[in-house]
Design a binder for this molecule. Structure first.
Ligand code: F6P
Length: 496
């Protein structure tokens, strides 16, 4: 049973006082991994907080649970499954690693065949999926594929036909590869979009459109039943959760567009973070320190949100990716053993890109009544070829915002006063490439895991998404078990 007594008693000094009292603070609260630097010094973590969180981690059995995760044990108890995303990058139970690597080999062989034009000439890749079957591949291709001229990839998730129409307007149906990504191969939005895309290919004159369909799924039988040829079904393990699945065949469009070597680098970067998480003492462990700060702000300071700002246009999709990873994993109200959670669950994750966000939402961060822990992410090497002044300004803005949030500025005029003492974390990459992005994403996964373990919740199920889905299906089937407001809306929209 986790013991929160010490954590709840924490009352650290103001950030500037923490710096004044400890000249070694930056070094003590920084973590360096190859190509990545994490600076937690502008959070309220200090020696007392670290001791309190280490005691909490011990009482919550973090070390044993971390071992269970990597050993492929049934950590997702409500669904009676392991959570084996780390096995995809070679860090897990030997059998699971072997299975994942055999599936990767199959994926690579299909990519080689596509490159050799075995499916005819392909220029466009239309990836259809939603949630974890879309956000990861979309992030990877957007972040790393900007110069890739091999294939033009578009990820379509929304069932709103306007989303698919954008792809139809941009792509040539005779040169398009249709990729259907769905762990279950039953998700309504994905199946409808896939049908419509196939019809568009057929009507657009594609010869043998079925011959250009690839399925990425943990339910291969369903994909075959749908009409995808077995040779073009790329399975992944049931024990890899949707929001943890970009390392599996769900990463197919990234591997195709960026090349297999880049995909392997992504996996290696993640594996490096896995080893760091598994083997490093908690006071020097990046995912653990990040989670300790998260929990200090959500549990002690009762912050309801946290915000991530990528000072790098290439990472503009990272906040949306993190929203699913963090909120679908840790937005829970029951503990892993079925009791009501008696404290706040995950913070609401939001964010955007810098410097744009400075001119939109930073007013509230500096002067609003909410305390919002902020995370800045930037890369030292620019991602553009313009005059270096662009990148210099970009980075200086990120650093200055963190400094200003912490320092604040008094003023007799309340409207012009900045309270300061507002926390931030900075993650600085040497360069944004497949390896550092892999490590960064794995860092977030493990941070979610530590948060969940200390809260005593299961980060690997997502029953909260089911009720709305069921009710939408019931509405489609003419179900009338709705309240008066919903019945009225249905009648106005469909005249039913
Ligand atoms: O509705 C939520 C969810 O189940 C996510 O967890 C998942 O990533 C998404 O839907 C898509 O599911 P699938 O990959 O099975 O289509």
């Amino acid at each position: 049973m986790a013991d929160w007594t010490q954590v709840e008693a924490l009352d650290p000094p103001a950030l500037l006082d923490l710096f004044a009292a400890d000249p070694g603070r930056v070094a003590r609260l920084s973590v360096d991994l190859p190509g990545l630097h994490f600076d937690f010094s502008k959070t309220h973590l200090d020696a007392a907080a670290l001791a309190a969180f280490q005691a909490l981690a011990k009482s919550a059995g973090l070390a044993a649970r971390r071992d269970a995760l990597f050993a492929g044990e049934e950590v997702n108890t409500s669904e009676h499954r392991a959570a084996e995303h780390t096995a995809e990058r070679g860090e897990g139970a030997p059998d699971s690693v072997a299975r994942a690597s055999a599936l990767h080999a199959r994926m690579r062989a299909l990519i080689d065949a596509i490159e050799a034009e075995a499916l005819g000439p392909i220029r466009h890749v239309l990836h259809i999926g939603i949630g974890g079957s879309a956000l990861g591949p979309d992030l990877l291709v957007d972040a790393l594929g900007r110069e890739a001229e091999r294939y033009d990839v578009m990820v379509v998730s929304n069932v709103d036909g306007a989303a698919l129409e954008e792809a139809f307007a941009r792509f040539d149906p005779t040169a398009t590869l249709l990729v259907i990504a769905s762990k279950t191969f039953t998700t309504t939005e994905t199946m409808l979009n896939a049908e419509s895309a196939l019809q568009w290919m057929r009507e657009g004159g594609a010869e043998d459109p079925h011959g250009r369909v690839i399925a990425l799924t943990a339910s291969p039988d369903k994909a075959i039943e749908w009409g995808v040829d077995e040779t073009r079904v790329l399975p992944f393990s049931e024990s890899v959760g949707g929001r943890y699945s970009l390392w599996s065949s769900i990463g197919f469009p990234a591997a195709l567009a960026l090349g297999w070597d880049a995909f392997e680098e992504l996996l290696e970067g993640a594996a490096e973070m896995d080893r760091h998480f598994r083997l490093t003492a908690l006071h020097e462990n990046a995912p653990a320190l990040a989670a300790f700060a998260d929990l200090y702000y959500t549990q002690v300071k009762r912050c309801e949100t946290r915000a991530t700002f990528a000072y790098d246009e290439r990472l503009r999709l990272l906040p949306s990716y993190l929203q699913q990873l963090e909120m679908e994993s840790n937005g829970k109200r029951a503990t892993i053993d079925g009791r009501p959670l008696d404290r706040p669950s995950a913070a609401i994750t939001w964010g955007g890109v810098g410097t744009d966000a400075q001119h939109a939402v930073f007013q509230l961060l500096h002067q609003g009544t909410h305390l919002v822990p902020v995370e800045f992410i930037a890369a030292i090497e620019p991602g553009d070829l313009l005059d270096e002044d662009h990148h210099r300004q970009l980075l200086l803005n990120a650093f200055a915002q963190g400094a200003a949030l912490m320092k604040g500025r008094p003023n007799d005029d309340a409207a012009r006063a900045y309270p300061g003492n507002r926390p931030s974390t900075t993650i600085l990459l040497d360069t944004l490439d497949a390896r550092t992005l892999g490590a960064l994403i794995a860092f977030y996964e493990h941070r979610v895991f530590v948060n969940a373990t200390l809260l005593g919740i299961n980060p690997f199920d997502q029953f909260g998404v089911e009720l709305g889905k069921e009710m939408a299906k019931a509405a489609g089937a003419g179900g009338s078990d709705f309240d008066a407001s919903t019945r009225d809306l249905i009648a106005r929209a469909f005249g039913e």
